[in-house]
Design a protein around this ligand. Structure first.
Ligand SMILES: NC(=O)c1ccc[n+]([C@@H]2O[C@H](COP(=O)([O-])OP(=O)(O)OC[C@H]3O[C@@H](n4cnc5c(N)ncnc54)[C@H](OP(=O)(O)O)[C@@H]3O)[C@@H](O)[C@H]2O)c1
Length: 317
């Protein structure tokens, strides 16, 4: 099969689009023909060697977490899927590799693809939307009537976070992005949009139940003054010091600091499928690249200015 592999950490030029063996799959896994994948910032962080401590030095390595595709073989213990099913999934942190024509996907982390989405749209969903869902529902304990601020509302995670906050019952949703993305963020359900180039949300006299710092560029101390007395700040940046801060605030009453680390989860994807089919959540795609142009897709994602998602297709041209 064709795959984009890396044989060393480094710049986007380390990608090679070559022929490799199809992946092995276990009795509990599906072999999936990958129609589309997507780029998440963790992909280029791994490529650069920033997460070497977790990813090790075993090359060649195939990057990529998101997959939307068709089941072509099933392991002997698989019960929920059959050959021919259209599925989507986010692979596990220890077994990624969707920048390829085929991927081995564990049954428990897959769900049927939303019927009203193309493969391109479905591939945009798993990692970004589950990050938003698990952050707001599990870390933020978002309840009906809550007021939520999303810093980075126009990016891959942020575009889903605005919509998911609404689905979970938030009544006031404030999105922070650059002025050019303001209309998009409003169209996704934000009641108010703050242009970070003009205004600093931490200096306002408004209090939120949840501040979801998707960009992860604001400190807890800056955000404390715009959090309710029992408000929750959530960051996407899993640095050791952030986990320590999270532990310390868990011991004390009052405002909490939490870190989201997205988990692959088939049930969450099944829940998102329902919301998508009811028209409550949609994927916003900025650019689509063929897998053979994965280096260009990474260069674009690394600008940290993508609006919504960068999707990869496997349609061989
Ligand atoms: N811990 C986890 O489980 C987890 C999971 C997913 C993602 N993450 C992390 O979360 C971060 C965001 O991921 P993503 O997929 O959403 O990235 P992304 O799609 O690359 O985010 C791009 C967006 O960030 C916005 N942005 C850039 N600078 C900003 C600023 N100063 N203030 C507000 N918005 C700003 C941009 O908005 P404008 O173009 O409007 O400026 C753009 O729309 C990454 O660091 C990623 O690694 C962590």
């Amino acid at each position: 099969m064709k795959a984009a592999i890396i044989n060393q950490y480094g710049s986007p030029e380390v990608f090679q689009y070559v022929e490799v063996e199809k992946p092995q799959f276990s009795p509990k896994q599906l072999l999936v023909k990958v129609y589309c994948s997507s780029v998440n910032p963790i992909d280029w962080k791994i490529r650069k060697g920033m997460l070497k401590i977790l990813t090790g030095n075993k090359f060649p390595m195939i990057l990529g977490f998101d997959v939307a595709g068709e089941v072509v073989f099933i392991g002997s213990s698989v019960t929920r899927f059959k050959v021919g099913d259209a599925i989507y999934a986010q692979l596990d942190q220890r077994a990624f590799g969707t920048y390829a024509e085929y991927a081995a996907v564990s049954e428990n982390i897959a769900a049927h693809k939303p019927e009203n989405m193309t493969y391109e749209q479905a591939a945009a969903v798993p990692l970004a939307a589950m990050t938003a869902l698990q952050a707001l529902r599990d870390k933020g304990q978002l309840k009906t009537g809550h007021s939520v601020l999303i810093n980075g509302a126009s990016g891959g995670v942020g575009t889903f976070a605005v919509q998911i906050a609404k689905v979970l019952g938030a009544t006031e949703i404030t999105g922070v992005c650059s002025g050019q993305n303001s209309e998009l963020v409003k169209s996704l359900g934000a009641n108010r949009v703050i242009d970070y180039t003009q205004q600093d949300f931490t200096k306002e006299n408004i209090k939120y139940d949840i501040v979801f710092d998707v960009v992860g560029n604001r400190s807890f101390s800056d955000c404390k003054r715009v959090l309710q007395p029992n408000g929750i700040y959530i960051t996407t940046q899993p640095f050791p010091g952030n986990f320590l801060r999270s532990f310390l605030t868990s011991l004390l009453p009052g405002q909490k600091y939490k870190v989201i680390l997205v988990q692959s989860n088939g049930s969450d994807l099944a829940y998102l499928k329902e919301q998508i089919e009811e028209g409550k959540i949609r994927a916003f795609i900025d650019r689509v690249y063929p897998l053979s142009f994965i280096a260009a897709a990474h260069i674009y994602s690394e600008t940290e200015r993508a609006t919504g998602k960068v999707v990869i297709t496997n349609v061989v041209s």
